[in-house]
Design a protein around this ligand. Structure first.
Ligand code: 0L1
Ligand code: MG
Length: 259
């Protein structure tokens, strides 16, 4: 795929985000054979454009980390994307900033030292966790009805749009990441429940997968970056007026309203 076309597709995704106007997935008619490799090139171009516009990358994030989602989408691999400083939700979630937002409760992890490699294991990660934190991701696919194939969602920076992190940190010896439970209520009604092992069997496995995927490209996952490991439940559509409460068994509770 030519550089010019890669840049053009990345720009279309950014325009869709800026105009809050969803678009048809590229694999439907225009590029049915869009490969994973091409899709990451588009994602890289999108990141580059955002950087040039003044946005700063905060951290990579993991997506499509539940096996249930793989079956639903007919894929067999997780993906990664990036979050930016401009995606931080300050105060309420402003519905008008999104196309069709959904939330995902996640476990966040900060590494104690940089990791690079292609054979990194869950155990390697577990020895290198500085702390865990609670995270609510607000995803907002740029594709109509969240209808996408693997290449589309990779190109779309893994649907990234917003995030809320707890300030409080939990040290690794104070939490069993795989058995950490979460419950999401909206307007006091339980809407989803999950557990850390829903994330690639173990959130540390998700970080290992991230290190290995970036390692294939000669890149490093850096210490100090707040990394979202992936949804512990299915994503939940939200609407103005919702009051969301995300309660974990160990990690701090996050509460946020939608305006
Ligand atoms: O963070 C995520 O898991 C999002 C990945 C893309 C899947 C989606 O938009 O539902
Ligand atoms: Mg997510």
């Amino acid at each position: 795929m030519e550089d010019e076309l890669i840049h053009e597709i990345a720009s279309e995704l950014i325009t869709a985000e800026e105009n809050k106007q969803s678009i048809e997935r590229f694999t439907k008619h225009r590029y049915p054979d869009l490969s994973v490799e091409q899709a990451y090139h588009i994602q890289e171009a999108l990141i580059q454009i955002k950087r040039m516009e003044g946005d700063t990358v905060v951290a990579p994030k993991m997506g499509l980390t539940s096996k249930a989602k793989w079956d639903q989408m007919g894929v067999d691999q997780p993906i990664y994307g990036y979050i930016f400083d401009t995606m931080k939700v300050d105060g309420d979630i402003e519905f008008s900033n999104y196309i069709h937002p959904k939330i995902e409760p996640e476990i966040g992890i900060v590494l104690a030292s940089d990791m690079q490699g292609t054979n990194i294991t869950k155990e390697d990660v577990l020895e290198n966790i500085e702390y865990a934190f609670s995270a609510v991701e607000v995803i907002d696919s740029r594709y109509t009805d969240f209808d996408f194939h693997l290449g589309d969602v990779i190109a779309d920076n893994a649907s990234s749009k917003g995030y809320i992190f707890s300030e409080e940190r939990v040290l690794p010896d104070k939490i069993d990441l795989a058995n950490e439970k979460v419950q999401v209520t909206i307007n006091d009604e339980v809407v989803v429940e999950g557990i850390g092992s829903n994330v690639l069997d173990h959130p540390a496995e998700s970080i290992a997968a991230l290190v290995n995927m970036l390692g294939e490209k000669g890149q490093t996952v850096k210490k100090g970056e707040p990394i979202m490991t992936g949804g512990m439940t299915s994503a939940v559509l939200i609407k103005p007026g919702d009051v969301i409460k995300v309660t974990y068994s160990t990690l701090p509770t996050i509460e946020v309203a939608v305006n």
